[in-house]
Design a protein around this ligand. Sequence first.
Ligand code: MN
Length: 355
Amino acid sequence: MRKMMTLALAVLLIACSSKQQTETKDMNQLSFTTEQAAWMSAIACDEAEGDLVALESAIHNGLEAELTVSQIKEALSQLYAYTGFPRSLNALGVLQRVTGDRQAKGVKVIMGEDASPLGDDYDALKEGTRVQTQLVGKAFEYAFAPATDYYLKAHLFGDIFARDNLTYADRELVTVSALSGLEGVEPQLKAHIAGARNMGVSEEQLQGIVVALAANGLLSEAGRLAGLLETEWPQGKSNDAYAQYFVGQSFLQPYFGGVANVTFEPRCRNNWHVHHGAVQVLICVSGKGWYQEWNKPAVPLIPGTVIAIPEGIKHWHGAAADSWMQHLAIHTQEQPGATNEWLEPVSDEQYNSVQ
Ligand code: MN
């Protein structure tokens, strides 16, 4: 009898703790691993651009990284509010096809759970207003267009954000990634960068979106986001392996997908050099600097500047005299046997003449 009671109590305790876990799910924390977040960013940006070929590949990779079909479906559904039903439905069609193909072939696909049902007393307008206030950082009322104000509160931040198969942080990562793929919506992208921060997305995770876009060849998109983040990136370790090819101190922070961040102290620059068999892309992410091709005027580097350096072109890049500078570097269109040819240092005379 006593044993039975203990067992019953244990079952009750487990039931309570699991219920509590559901109720206290932290909506202000990203629920993805770094790899899952990277694929989710690519999926969202491809959806926004309507690039269904790239989207299919990103979905396969996301499912391999154990994103669930439920999570991806939720992200693509949410995005109709930002990119329109045509893009959203096209993307859902790709997800449906990929899911079916993988199931038919017996390849890994985790369906995941749908959102928990809402209580009968759920008030979408009230809850949505609370969520929107947290996202914006203060109460927001769009008095000019009351109907839109209602849609934003009751539907987008009420009906949609209440679905707990993505957290608020997950949803803002999805939105920021998608808006990075759209031209002419910088004010909204900027607002959602702030919104992501308010919903618990860390600086490192925001920077991860830039890296993920760059690693997936979404270079101007990565630049668009990097130009609006206004954040300092980790400088990483002293760039000792390449110090012989630099004037001044540089640092190197490797990321995934062949993307690295290079930090240059003021006046630091690399030697004249040539990339053979690859196009090097630079994405300036903070500070001020210069990029110069041989016999051409120097081009300023500021956050958001994206430079594709054709193969075979003699050039250098580095910080301005009065500022640190950080840029991501990635090699694209790499052919077998690609090399860097390091040449003479950029003399003080050459360097000073571009400041
Ligand atoms: Mn270079």
